[in-house]
Design a protein around this ligand. Sequence first.
Ligand SMILES: Cc1ncc(COP(=O)(O)O)c(C=O)c1O
Length: 400
Amino acid sequence: MKYIEYIDNSLHINGINLSSLSDVTTPALLFFPTRLSDNVRVLREASPDRFLSIHYAFKANYHPLVSKILLSAGCGVEVMTGEELTLALSLGFSPKNIIFNGVGRTDAVLRHAVSTEINAIVVDNPCELSRLSKVCEQSGMQARVFFRFYPFFSSALRLPVFIPDGYKLGIQSFSELNAMLDLVKKSPLLKVTGLSFHVAVRARTSSLFIEALKSLISPNLLTQFPDADTLSVGGGFDSRFFLERSGNGVESFFAPLIDSVRSHPRFRRLVVEPGRFLINDCFTGLSTAITSKEAAGETWHILDIGTNVLIPRPNAHFEVFPLIRKSSKLHTASFADGICSKNSVIARRLLLPHLEPGDRVAILNCGAYTINMASTFGYAIPPVLVMENNTESMNTKISI
Ligand SMILES: Cc1ncc(COP(=O)(O)O)c(C=O)c1O
């Protein structure tokens, strides 16, 4: 089954004919659960021996069905706050499958993480590590810790300007690192089991990750971490739809990265924390074009779905497809919502068949950092409709 295709000029996504959903009120978000299971499958196939450990970046989307599918597929989760930790535990993720990133957790939150014996608490500063050490002493319990580095740690030290202005994450200096190592030497309850970094991009090739790995992992550095057998490269992989469309399939993205980590005899496990890759293309916005107008030399279609959900963050990339392809002639089209703000843009300068007010469109890649980050500014948050396609009967069952 193709992920997206026109059959007789009707748009099909994940095997479902979207033009058959005429009784569904717009705007709505359509969730395709089978795509999520399939995204896990293709990622797993990149490393069948389970060297790769998948920890879904929970922040991307908290929909309970997303968690249910990932749990039944045996995935772990990556959380970043005490609230996310509590939610992940309540949804059924086992503590041993939880990795906790964060940069300023309260003592109470650290206590919760230590007492539930989660897989790893990721720390990037001596101040928090020292508080974690005290929490461990008070409870007499050990904490498994990952040290999180700025991705280009050693090159960044040679070229300090390389670290983007205002970027607070990851260990960025030897003085911080040494202070953290001193704390570990003094506290037998802190066990550093892994190293981690997160390249905050929307990558379509793994070369940046391999460069970051080379920059970070030196024999000198590794000798400081005798118990660290895990490397986490975070998330930052583009959605599967875009990876495949750019010609870099999932296999050719992940295989070089996995090989490169595996070539370090030290590492027995590679952790990935994908948010966007797993969930982005599992949600499609369903929207109606309300008005067209010419402005700034472009043709704008104003949609009934708001950018309070499709937030125009620098890493967001939405693409619009008409539900019915009315002609083969293509026109340049830009899309926005009706909010009186110049930022409320959904997509610009796409080449599409003719569209007019009243036409319905699908917006791809609405799964990551959309409903979770949505505000109530301007528009209501649309309902999520779960699309189950029964391939035998060709029936589409919709539930909320
Ligand atoms: C530490 C960490 N891991 C994973 C992710 C998920 O990133 P993405 O959704 O781009 O895969 C993030 C996102 O900011 C992150 O900070």
